[in-house]
Design a protein around this ligand. Sequence first.
Ligand code: CMC
Length: 431
Amino acid sequence: MAENTKTAKLTIDGKEYELPIHSPSAGPDVIDIRKLYAQAGVFTYDPGFTSTASCDSTITFIDGDKGELLHRGYPIDQLASKSHFLEVAFTLLYGYLPSADELEKFESLVTNHTMIHEQMHYFFRGFRRDAHPMATMVGVVGAMSAFYHDSTDINDQHQREVASIRLIAKMPTIAAMAYKYSIGQPFVYPRNDLDYASNFLHMCFAVPAEEYQVNPILARAMDRIFTLHADHEQNASTSTVRLASSSGANPFACIAAGIACLWGPAHGGANQACLEMLREIGTVDRIPEYIARAKDKSDPFRLMGFGHRVYKNFDPRAKVMKESADEVLALLGIENNPTLQVAKELERIALEDPYFAEKKLYPNVDFYSGIILDAMGFPTSMFTPIFALARTVGWISQWKEQLADPQLKIGRPRQLYLGDTARDYVNIEDR
Ligand code: CMC
């Protein structure tokens, strides 16, 4: 952490406390309150962590006002157009763009870990066929700790590395198997002659009975979806992974916790919820009704795919995703798809509406990703598993960074207690 030269002063009951201020390489200064309780006997209060930096990190930077997202300093739009998912994965994990040789070795390492232990197939069979693929993924990824004992020791750097590669390599296999299981088709084994995205599409859409050729444009769009979701700083699921890991839990358990958190509709579940909302709206003439509902404080309805905790001008991922959506729909010849018509009109109306402008609500990445995934043939229930498989590298990078931090402490937030103070137990006959 950089040497601090600035301080903040806090006065409580006339007594003054000096708090160090840390200046980051980018972003707002951070007031260090770590010794506040010991010195002043008070906690800070910040539900939802809207003003709290929970760690220091060198991986991802977001400037929500500028609509900027950097991975290890590289802008997301450059990575999405010039790089590809496994190169971005390497960069997130190790902090720099790989040389050609390093990239080849990394890709070969990931590719050679794509199969899962054969015994794990039985886990899938234990689930109901109609289980949500996210439910299956939480279970199967957590269960990896029961299989890969040789990579659960978090104090062994080699084991940490092996667990990282295993998770990145096997997540597409697990997501595809969850999908195949849910539609009653045989599992399709990974193909190591295919790139990461093509292999995933093949495992999802091929059947043993016939040849399946992956369309390279769809593979590129899939890869871009993975790239755009690879990491996103200290969001809810990443913070969940870090919190789980702070207790010393094994990597598979931590990533399962991240998947569980991602599932919620305010986070990764928004892509599914968004497409379902677009379908529910159905036709453009019904959009005003939904806009009115989104503005009505007595109605819990929100426009899914709109708004972001950090981005308050635009979501840079959404910009790239929108271009990708146009490309994929043109390729498939479905530009006039009714869901897309509703999406385009909803976007136009919402962006012109003062309510959304005042609250700085713009379409986020999930607004467009669902449209592409739908066009590719994925059911809505697979949208969040795809997000999870892409985000795994971000979770792993943050997990590794946290474990390498000599200041690592178990995460233990405090509270503003508003309940009853100590009172005597009353025997049941006296109540
Ligand atoms: N539709 C209508 N109103 C909204 C929406 C929305 N999608 N999002 C926020 N608002 C309003 C909200 O009612 C509040 O109004 P008021 O100030 O009058 O009470 C104001 O905007 C601020 O909302 P907030 O809940 O305090 O904002 P937040 O930063 O806590 O929430 C969010 C961010 C993403 C959870 C929220 O915008 C939301 O629920 N969006 C829909 C779900 C969604 O698309 N999530 C995906 C996020 S991007 C992918 C990811 O990173 O996971």
